[in-house]
Design a binder for this molecule. Structure first.
Ligand code: ADP
Ligand code: MG
Ligand code: ZN
Length: 497
């Protein structure tokens, strides 16, 4: 195997990538999949468990109807057919964080199948085929302690927390996606982003990659033009949207270098490393036979009433892509402007700011300007910046009322982000309000006139444009708090023009 990686454009000139994504989504139901244990994130280890989710002998599972409903809604939003009758299946394997030594999943009878999701990449629609959407249960979590890395190697003990065991988990598997060429990494990212937005719009999961409620495995293969699809690898541990894109790209580069050197790709799972952006081999993949799947004998089949499914379908919310299109029109934005709103992750924030009373232009200005800049500088998500849409709308209403000018508004916004209170509170507490009271400004105006006699003469002789310099001087002495328009009017009237 060569050690230097080929350039990306050489790779896509010589090979065609095929990608496929397996996404796991933890549902936000109140209780677990087979028992009444609560599901919220966090909590002392092993406090949210019972005989059922601990797999104790004699306990029996009962399926959670809310989870089945949520899965069907996801399937419908992804244009899938819904099975009229299907069963859960036992997937047998031993893993310490899986208390029963098998996972209740679905095998050849998924609840939803054969759908698609349209995603937009560079203004073009790409239709991603959906193979299946099925329902299963999550495992617990293992914590390796005593070592430097948190990995099992070098650890002195491994601790298991079963709080997550049995939380409903939906798996969404795409059909193989060929034909995207150089755009394969971006298509992968756009798909996961769109899928996340769809699921969020359904309100069935908080789909947070950083908390693990949305997890993604990325399959990648390369073939030479005209040849059959290559052997795929499956990259795990992909914990952000950016990593989805990087994982595809880095596998394409690695596989190309193996193939160019005459080597073969082994079908295996690989681990993605955030720090280096490359992948290393994990276990070689189990086959279906290793799992000894069989229909779960402790559960009745699911047979959703078609009338109920039709009701769920009729009640689906507008798809995020169409919703965005409608917002773009309402806000009067070009495709490029809308794209920057999307890239900044500001769609919902602007939408809520407008709902709170600001104009679309003002809402966009604050979120994409000052607040995005701060978010980038401090490395936090825009939504977690510390200013709410309601506060931004309030700030803008103070500007519109002439109480704050742009500069003062930015100072107030800094206070909001720092948690000092609402814009009005900060403006009052810090005495930042625009001074438009002529009495208070006259002294400053007279002072500026006295200090700049030649400019004053110019204005008197009719060169009104020169007033700008005196306005600037007054703004300086009032530390930016004077109302510029009032100052200008005062200057002209004091000079008798
Ligand atoms: P497994 O459980 O073994 O990972 P799945 O069927 O759940 O298998 O998922 C396999 C994923 O890999 C699917 O998204 C599928 O579309 C994708 N895939 C299949 N063949 C290829 C290939 N040649 N190249 C890239 N992806 C592929
Ligand atoms: Mg799979
Ligand atoms: Zn339980």
């Amino acid at each position: 195997m060569t050690t230097t990686l080929p350039a990306y454009d050489e790779v896509v000139a010589r090979f065609e990538p095929v990608i496929g994504l397996e996404t796991h989504v933890e549902l936000g139901t109140n209780t677990k999949m087979w028992c009444g244990c609560p599901t919220d994130f966090g909590g002392e280890p092993n406090t949210r468990v019972c005989p059922v989710c601990l797999g104790l002998p004699g306990s029996l599972p009962v399926a959670n109807k809310a989870a089945i409903e949520a899965t069907i809604r996801i399937g419908l939003a992804l244009n899938c057919s819904i099975a009229e009758w299907c069963r859960f299946a036992r997937k047998n394997y031993f893993y310490p964080d899986m208390p029963k030594n098998f996972q209740i999943s679905q095998y050849d009878e998924p609840l939803c199948f054969d759908g698609y999701l349209d995603v937009e990449v560079n203004g073009e629609l790409v239709r991603i085929g959906i193979e299946r959407v099925h329902l299963e249960e999550d495992t617990g979590k293992t914590l390796h302690v005593g070592g430097a890395t948190g990995r099992i190697h070098g650890a002195t003990e491994s601790l298991v927390d079963y709080n997550r065991a049995g939380i409903p988990l939906v798996e969404i598997v795409t059909k193989p996606i060929p034909g995207t060429g150089a755009l394969a990494p971006e298509v992968a990212r756009a798909y996961v982003t769109e899928l996340r937005d769809v699921i969020r719009s359904l309100g069935v999961s908080d789909v947070r990659m950083e908390e693990g409620s949305l997890r993604c495995d990325v399959n990648t293969s390369l073939n030479r033009p005209g040849e059959e699809w290559g052997t795929r690898t499956e990259t795990k541990n992909v914990n952000s949207l950016r990593s989805v894109e990087r994982a595809v790209r880095s596998e394409m580069l690695r596989q190309a270098s193996v193939l160019e050197a005459g080597g073969r790709i082994t079908q295996e799972t690989r681990h993605f490393h955030e720090d280096t952006g490359d992948t290393t081999p994990g276990r070689s993949k189990e086959t279906a036979t290793d799992y000894r799947y069989f229909p779960e004998p402790d559960l009745v089949p699911i047979a959703p009433d078609p009338a109920w499914v039709a009701e769920l379908k009729a009640a689906l919310p507008e798809l995020p892509r169409l919703h965005r299109r409608r917002l773009q029109e309402a806000w009067g934005l070009s495709d490029a402007d809308m794209q920057s709103v999307l890239n900044a992750g500001a769609v919902e924030l602007i939408e809520q700011t407008v709902a709170a009373g600001a104009s679309p232009a003002a809402a966009r200005k604050w979120w994409l300007g000052e607040l995005s800049r701060r978010a980038n500088e401090t490395g936090v998500e825009l939504a977690d910046i510390g200013a709410t849409p309601a506060q931004v709308a309030e700030l803008q209403s103070l500007v519109d009322a002439g109480k704050l000018n742009d500069k003062l508004a930015r100072t107030v916004l800094e206070g909001v982000v720092a948690g000092e209170g609402s814009p009005t509170e900060i403006m009052t507490a810090r005495g930042l309000e625009v001074v438009s009271d002529t009495g208070a400004l006259t002294a400053a105006v007279d002072e500026a006139i006295a200090a700049n006699p030649d400019i004053a003469d110019k204005i008197r002789s009719g060169k009104v444009a020169a007033a700008g310099a005196l306005v600037g001087a007054v703004m300086k002495t009032t530390r930016g708090q004077a109302d510029a328009k009032t100052v200008r009017e005062l200057i002209l009237s004091r000079l008798g023009v």
